[in-house]
Design a protein around this ligand. Structure first.
Ligand SMILES: O=c1ccn([C@@H]2O[C@H](COP(=O)(O)OP(=O)(O)O[C@H]3O[C@H](CO)[C@@H](O)[C@H](O)[C@H]3O)[C@@H](O)[C@H]2O)c(=O)[nH]1
Ligand SMILES: [Mn+2]
Length: 717
């Protein structure tokens, strides 16, 4: 028995309120659906069918969403109590995987900051290894990391001397106002390194004088003329070795490895999942730590104690042997004051996490997950070579090259039963789904100080593109033979499976959003009423509509506020839901269709992390960034124009005939609500002159398409 606990959990009291709410709202939804079916039988029309479909999908997604609220669990860790169960020298090894894929979209200096921030963890250095996976196969990245390894010798002791919380040099130097000699000197050194690397990336090459040691010449000799990012041999470089390399005050340093797995155009590489699986194998040959952390190159550590927080779950007599991973919810540092694009994902990172935690485990979010290695290699038949010799023996390195080769996975279960799962663009949620089906658990660890902080896109189109990729990936999983609705229901707690169902089917939001963005509006132009009148008796169909709308929207508002957000942020979040519903969601359904018909292949298109000064400036001002022509922006613009026309014409109907207000009220309300939400779009079309305004061609195209929609509608009437 422990004297003091390492971690505690308690059920959230809000669950009773949530359960009651779900019950009442469900009854109201059933009544509404009953009305729809009656309408369909007694007065069938296109609109009745459309509205029924919209409300069925809404009800499905709303119902699955409730699963997150029925049994939330809040957890806490007590790393100060760790001494009861292990001395520092008994801590397990920790391997950290950082992925990067393109030095031009993911500037190496950013990746270096990620790596340095975890290299400087408060963890015994002989137990810590960082593996950088470079899917871009770039000399520039390797060059940058050779520089970083030199800088690390100064940076690590500095972090520990000053007991920094913030161990990404970029963030530290940006925020630190102290002027002591050490800081000044180190800052100079950092800026110099940054300039050298930036210069190399801008020119696409580095100064040959900087690689005139035997060792570096040998390393770069791998880049022969035929070497491209899609076709090249494995490159593994040991940049720091912990029984050999010392920092400037003579302490051993953690390991740092550079790995670029073999690529060959004729072999699928499985994007990030493939990179992570290579890292699992390479690390098992080199260091084989029982726990590994995966990190994206745009996420840096914000708390050097994070590994200790994690150990609270993996060590001690109360540790769950079936615990597969500990997930730190993603937090972002580049979000503006009002979170214009709802990029913070407040509900997903604060509510859904604890909600799933009470049902069997939170999802893996791609970054910030500490895994028990065993959970991912459970079904490995051929026993993995385990390191029992110093790392750089020829044997280890040869073996590491072998397991990083692109044919290694041929005829194996990698990506299927072993490692991160293939077959979708969202390897993260899909992998955790499989682990949960196999009976593994996971927990959310969300200390007050965020463990990691990362980047989100700050231009609307980048954001929509990222969402498009995510929701397309989710559909791939949702509609596979491992669907949470069928396979999941069989192998996991049904409520847990409902949470996965909600995530994976999110693209389906587009069905009700698009129907509600066009059908009532087109009817409104024609002065046709399709909803109940306001003046029906008190307990009327109209009040049912009002109740359902206010119930769902009001609950969302309460959830947002209880998660500690603000009213404006909530408003922006609901607006983004509408925008996504007209853009990324339908596009991801379309992409899924094309891919499953074999008409297209969708790649993991890496989000650019390069920041443009003007765009950053506008983003900080809270201004929407349009600027580029894109189908995603076009579709949202078309919807906003249709709504504006309909709203104006609807007002005209009401002004000319007062009695129409009662009949058209719901339609006017919907169009008016959309218009209110679309204000930034109209402003970007007519009032702005900066580079982020709506491109004129997009405006013209959307007006034309809106007109065509009207014509088609009237001609078919
Ligand atoms: O072929 C590839 C493609 C991507 N990456 C890396 O994957 C990470 C995520 O890529 P990014 O473009 O930043 O995608 P995001 O949409 O921001 O990533 C979110 O969504 C992904 C897919 O669900 C998850 O893997 C991520 O962890 C999660 O942060 C980055 O470190 C990339 O370098 C690779 O290593 N190889
Ligand atoms: Mn990212």
């Amino acid at each position: 028995m422990l004297k003091a606990p390492l971690h505690t959990s308690r059920l959230s009291r809000t669950r009773w309120f949530n359960r009651l709410y779900t019950l009442i709202q469900t009854i109201a939804i059933i009544v509404l659906l009953y009305r729809h079916f009656c309408n369909l039988i007694y007065s069938p029309s296109f609109t009745t069918v459309f509205l029924l479909v919209a409300d069925l999908v809404l009800a499905f997604l709303w119902l699955t969403w409730q699963a997150f609220f029925l049994n939330p669990v809040r957890r806490q860790v007590f790393p100060n109590n760790l001494a009861q169960v292990a001395k520092e020298s008994e801590y397990p090894g920790l391997d950290i995987f950082v992925c990067t894929a393109d030095p031009f979209k993911e500037p190496p200096i950013g990746v270096i900051n990620t790596v340095l921030s975890v290299l400087a963890y408060d963890y015994p250095p002989e137990k810590l290894s960082v593996y950088l996976s470079d899917d871009g196969g770039s000399q520039l990245t390797l060059f940058a990391f050779m520089e970083a390894a030199k800088f690390a010798r100064h940076w690590l002791p500095y972090c520990k001397d000053y007991n920094l919380k913030e161990r990404s040099p970029e963030v530290h130097f940006r925020n630190d106002a102290s002027y002591d000699d050490d800081t000044f000197e180190l800052k100079e050194m950092y800026n110099e390194m940054k300039a050298t690397i930036k210069n190399a990336v801008d020119r696409g090459a580095f100064d040959p004088d900087q690689m005139n040691h035997d060792h570096t010449i040998k390393a770069f000799s791998k880049w022969t003329p035929g070497f491209t990012r899609h076709d090249h041999p494995t490159v593994i470089e040991v940049l720091l070795k912990n029984n050999n390399d010392k920092d400037v005050i003579g302490h051993y340093m953690p390991n740092l490895f550079y790995i670029s797995r073999e690529k060959n155009k004729s072999k699928p590489h499985h994007s990030k999942a493939g990179a992570l699986n290579t890292l699992i194998r390479v690390s098992s040959v080199m260091t084989n730590a029982p726990i590994f952390l995966t990190l994206d190159c745009d996420m840096h550590s914000n708390d050097p104690k994070t590994p200790l927080n994690t150990l609270c779950y993996f060590l001690g007599p109360n540790a769950d042997p079936k615990l597969a991973f500990v997930q730190y919810p993603q937090r972002f540092h580049n979000i503006n004051r009002n979170d214009t694009y709802a990029a913070e994902h407040v509900l997903e990172t604060r509510v859904c996490t604890v909600g799933m935690d009470g049902l069997g485990g939170t999802i893996f979010m791609g970054s910030g997950g500490f895994f028990r290695r065993q959970a991912l290699i459970e079904h490995l038949k051929d026993s993995q070579p385990i390191r029992n010799e110093p790392i750089q023996t020829k044997y280890n390195l040869e073996l590491a090259h072998h397991v990083a080769s692109c044919s290694y996975e041929d005829n194996t279960k990698w990506g299927d039963e072993i490692g991160f799962r293939y077959g979708t663009l969202v390897e993260d949620i899909y992998t955790s789904f499989h682990l949960h089906c196999l009976g593994w658990q996971s927990v959310t660890c969300d200390p007050t100080r965020a463990a990691f902080r990362g980047n989100m896109p700050i231009a609307l189109n980048d954001f929509l593109n990222q969402s498009n990729r995510w929701y397309m990936g989710m559909l791939q999983a949702a509609l596979s033979k491992y669907s949470p609705m069928t396979y999941g229901m069989k192998f996991m707690n049904p409520l847990h499976a409902l949470c996965y169902t909600h995530y994976l089917f999110r693209a389906f939001w587009s069905i009700p959003v698009l129907i509600y963005a066009f059908v009532p509006q087109l009817a409104l132009v024609n002065a046709t009423s399709i909803f109940p009148k306001v003046s029906d008796s008190w307990f009327s169909w109209f009040s049912l509509y009002a109740f359902l709308f206010l119930g769902a929207y009001g609950k969302d508002f309460i959830d947002y506020m209880m998660a500690g957000s603000t009213i404006i942020r909530w408003w922006n979040h609901q607006r983004m839901w509408l925008i996504l519903g007209c853009s990324s969601y339908p596009f991801s359904m379309f992409d899924w269709l094309l891919t499953s018909l074999g008409m297209s292949t969708i790649e993991f298109n890496v989000t650019s992390k390069v920041s443009d000064r003007e765009i950053s400036y506008r983003y900080r001002q809270g201004v929407f960034e349009f600027g580029v022509e894109s189908p995603l922006l076009l579709s949202a613009t078309i919807a906003s124009i249709v709504n504006l026309f309909a709203f104006l014409i609807g007002i005209k109907h009401v002004l000319t005939n007062n009695e129409m207000l009662e009949e058209l009220f719901i339609q006017l309300f919907i169009a008016g609500f959309a218009v209110l939400n679309s204000l930034p779009i109209y402003i970007a079309m007519v009032l702005r002159s900066d580079k982020g305004k709506m491109p004129t061609r997009t405006t013209l195209k959307s007006v034309c398409v809106a007109l065509v929609i009207y014509l088609v509608f009237f001609l078919t009437l």
